[in-house]
Structure formats: C-alpha cells, structure tokens
Design a protein around this ligand. Structure first.
Ligand code: FAD
Length: 466
C-alpha cells in the first residue's frame, strides 16, 4: 500500500488543471491546491497509522477496496469512512471512498455482460496499485426539464462522439467533481436513466487524469482561508471540485465499461447512489459529533451550560446526530446481497432515510449552535490583531467569558469556521446537494417503501377486506 509521499509524487504528471485563470504546473506545491492534495494524503496515512491500521487494511489491501459481502463488512467500511473524516477534521477525504462506491456498482451492473472482465481488471488495477479515484457522475445537465437528446447542445451530458476499432471518443462535461486535481484516475458514469435513442449518452469509462483532452477547471470557493487562528479547519483542509471537461478524449476499449446500453445506464446511476449515500451518512458523523461537542464547550465558555434552553438545544442535537448514526448502522444491518455477484449493499430505504434526515435538519442544527455561540461568530477579532503584542492583552481581557479569552476565542473561531465563514457555506450546500438533492432522497424513499402491508393493516383495522 502506498504512503502519502508516493501518492503525492504520482500527481506530478502534466495534468491540465486551471485555478483562478491560470494553468497549475504542480498541484502538490500550489499554495491552495496543495492543501487539497495534503488533505487527500490522509487516506494514505491511515494504513500507516498504528491507531487505525487494522481498520484501514484488509487482506493486504486498502479496506476501501474490500468488496462488502455482509453487514459486518459494510459496518467496517462505514467505520473507516468515519475515522478518515475525523482525521480530516470534519471534511471527508474522498480519495478512495467515492471511487470504490463506483467500482462496486460497476461490478454489479456489468455482471454477465462483455464489460465485466474489463471492470474486474480495472478494479484489481485500482486495488493493487492503491489508487486515488474521483467519480464524475453529475453532468452539467443544461435545461433540467429535458433529457440529454433534447438539449440544445448535445454536449451538456457526456457522450460518445466516435466509435473506433480501438476505443471510443467522448465529449462533454461533468460538474462538481470532487478531488479531481489530486487523484490518479477519473471514473465516469451516467447521471440518470436514459431513453431509447440516447445510446450515445449511455457511457461509463475510466481515464487517468493526465489523459489528453481532460481539462479541469477548479472552483475557488474556499479561496482565501489562510489564517489558521480564525479558520482552524479550512486553512488546512480543502476539497476542490472541478468542471471536468472531456474535449474529444480517446478511451481505449479496456477502459470502456458501458457504451450504448441505455437500460444499464439507469441501473448504474442508481446502484452507485446506493453505495454513495451510505458513504455520505458515514462521513457526516464526525461533523455532527463536532456540533454537539462545540455546543457543550461554547456553553461552558459563555457561562450558560446550566440554562434550560441550552439543555433543550443540546438534547435536540444529540437526538439528531444519534438518529443519523443509528440509521447508518441499521442500513448496514438490513443490507441486501446481490444474488448474481454476492456483493452486499446497504438497504436503500434506510440509507435514504438517513441521508434525508441529515440533510433536512442540518440547517436547524447549525441554528442551534449559532444561538449558543453568540454574535462573535461574525464580529470577532482577526488573526493579525490576535498576534499583535499591543492588542492581544485587550482581546484577552474583553473577550474572556466563563473561560479565559484565549480558550473562548479558540472555540468561537472553530465555530465560525464551521458555521459562519466560507467553509460553513460549503458544508451547508454539501449537506443539501452532495450525493443527490433532498428530492432525490425522498424519491428513493417513496420507491423503496412497500406501503401495501401498512395499507392492508389499516383496512383490516377499519373492518375492510385487504
Ligand atoms: C460540494 C459538492 C461535491 C460534489 N461532489 C460530486 C462528485 O464528486 N461527483 C459527482 O458526480 N457529483 C458531485 N456533486 C454533485 C451532486 O450530486 C449534485 O449537486 C446533486 O446531484 C444536485 O445536482 P445539481 O447540483 O446539478 O442541482 P440540480 O439537479 O439542478 O438541482 C437543483 C434543484 O432542481 C431540482 N431538479 C433537478 N432536476 C429536476 C427535474 N427534472 N424535475 C424537477 N426538479 C428537478 C432538484 O431537486 C433541486 O431542487 C457534488 C456536489 C457538491 C455540492
């Protein structure tokens, strides 16, 4: 298994990455993208950390690539995702998490097809070389009321523009793709179900990031988080999303996992999401624990720990976090086994209820912690003032609460980073949209729940035939 330095060395390969209008020569040494690369390296440090090593390695390979066969395997995977996110100080690392979600889905959906041997070979390549992977599912999508073939511009969903003897050529763009500048390979899968006549858009493949024609235009949303005192998390941890453009990219057949099968395109989109929402709820848990801990610590710092309204808010936060945790564990316990492959997957109904519960109530949770913290979240002092020998004694004197000023401000800065500054905005949108929007989760809950037994019970209670 690779260590952090081997992983970072692999990223210096001439990939086409753009940040704030400029081409980036080396993503590992760039002042901002380098933070994302070092954050990504955490997934590689796990296997060398005595505290998590046993969890991080399974049969000599990264546990992330271990095919789940049982509820216990899914629980183990969930625990590892939780542990790696805790190392990332509430920010998911996602270098092996999302890619393995896609690999499991590909192995299941292509079972029994001509593509399966290629997927198996690619899976082994990723596992044996301990690769970092991005998964580009979300297309730019254009007019949401129209499918790919009805768009004014056919490139708004990634599509096959040429079929050759040695492979295919693809064009189009995916969006919001996490970690792309600092991974080895990009796995591309369809976003949605497709209709007959949309064969060109029914495409799944994988390419190394440095493939000619792959252009990564990075979001700079977290730009400027450069003060470790006021931004203790976001100055050291970052995930970069890209507009991932495929400009006539050649993909050899051994890397093509779907080409023209519209039925399997929809299956693949959904099967990936079955795993990915389980990954999502697993990685949310450290953030929810942090919100509870921060509320307790801030209440102490402000001298309001015994107030009844604070206890009420803390109880709400505990109930929220433990509901998401309980549902996550239950999704593993209620897992299903795919008959054809023997690969386990988390129960879709429970997974979607877990993800929906998290996303639906996240803003409410943030509101409670902001309430306990007070207005200093947006009016507090900056790092240069704190570091000024002349001003610091004043800040320590006037910002003291039930705890010394230095401690209270450290907690408030953490809260400000998590709840009020740019990183807070990032977490807030991540909560609602990443791994599918709220409506997508509700749709899956509706589809997964069999209402017939409940209906029959109600009719029987009313004295009616079922
Ligand atoms: C921080 C972050 C990281 C992400 N990382 C990744 C990643 O690594 N890989 C990846 O593939 N994706 C990634 N995503 C994308 C994520 O899955 C999408 O944001 C999500 O699926 C919503 O898609 P969208 O952003 O295009 O919004 P939209 O789909 O445009 O949603 C906006 C609203 O429109 C509604 N809507 C959309 N279509 C319809 C319709 N046909 N009818 C009615 N209502 C509709 C939605 O329900 C929602 O209310 C990431 C997103 C974020 C925010």
């Amino acid at each position: 298994m690779r260590d952090a330095s081997a992983y970072l060395a692999g990223l210096r390969d001439g990939r086409e990455v753009w940040y704030r209008g400029e081409r980036v020569e080396d993503v590992t040494t760039h002042p901002e993208l380098g933070i994302a690369a070092r954050h990504g390296a955490l997934d590689f440090e796990l296997a060398h950390d005595p505290a998590v090593k046993d969890l991080a390695i399974t049969d000599g390979y990264s546990t992330f690539f271990a095919l789940p066969r049982s509820a216990a395997d899914l629980r183990r995977r969930s625990s590892l995702i939780e542990a790696s996110t805790a190392h990332g100080k509430t920010l998911v690392v996602l270098l092996k998490e999302i890619g393995s979600d896609a690999l499991f889905a590909l192995l299941r959906v292509t079972h029994g097809t001509e593509y399966n041997d290629r997927v198996q070979a690619f899976y082994e390549h990723c596992r044996d070389n301990d690769l970092a992977l991005a998964t580009a599912q979300t297309d730019v999508k254009g007019d949401r009321s129209k499918g790919p073939s009805a768009q004014n511009d056919p490139d708004l969903y990634v599509r096959i523009v040429e079929r050759r003897e040695d492979g295919i050529v693809v064009t189009g763009a995916k969006v919001h793709t996490s970690c792309t500048p600092n991974v080895d390979e990009i796995i591309v899968i369809p976003t949605r179900a497709l209709a007959e006549g949309e064969e060109d858009w029914a495409v799944a493949f994988a390419v190394p990031v440095a493939t000619p024609g792959v252009k990564l235009l990075c979001s700079d949303y977290l730009h400027g988080a450069d003060d470790p005192w006021t931004q203790p998390i976001s100055s050291q941890h970052k995930m970069i999303e890209t507009l991932t453009i495929f400009d006539n990219v050649f993909v050899p057949w051994d890397r093509v996992f779907l080409a023209g099968d519209t039925r399997r395109a929809g299956q693949l989109a959904l099967t990936f999401v079955e795993y990915h929402r389980f990954t999502a709820v697993s990685y949310k848990l450290p953030l929810l624990d942090a919100l509870i801990g921060l509320s307790v610590a801030l209440a102490e710092a402000n001298g309001i720990a015994r107030a009844s309204h604070v206890r009420d808010k803390l109880t709400w936060l505990i109930g929220y976090a433990e509901t998401v945790r309980g549902l996550t564990h239950m999704a593993a316990e209620r897992c299903r086994i795919d008959e054809a492959t023997g690969i386990a997957y988390p129960d879709p109904l429970t997974t979607n209820i877990a993800k929906w519960t998290f996303a639906r109530d996240y803003q409410e949770a943030v509101k409670h912690v902001i309430d306990i913290a007070g207005g200093l979240l947006v009016t507090g002092p900056g790092g240069p003032d704190w570091r000024s020998p002349e001003l610091r004694p004043l800040l320590e004197k006037y910002y003291a609460g039930a705890l010394p000023g230095a401690e209270r401000l450290a907690l408030l800065n953490l809260a400000s980073d998590l709840l009020a500054r740019n990183y807070a905005g990032y977490q807030s949108v991540l909560a609602v949209h990443a791994e599918g929007s709220l409506e997508a989760e509700k749709l899956m809950i509706w589809r997964s729940y069999d209402a017939q037994p409940a209906r029959a019970y109600a009719r029987a209670l009313a004295g009616l035939d079922s």
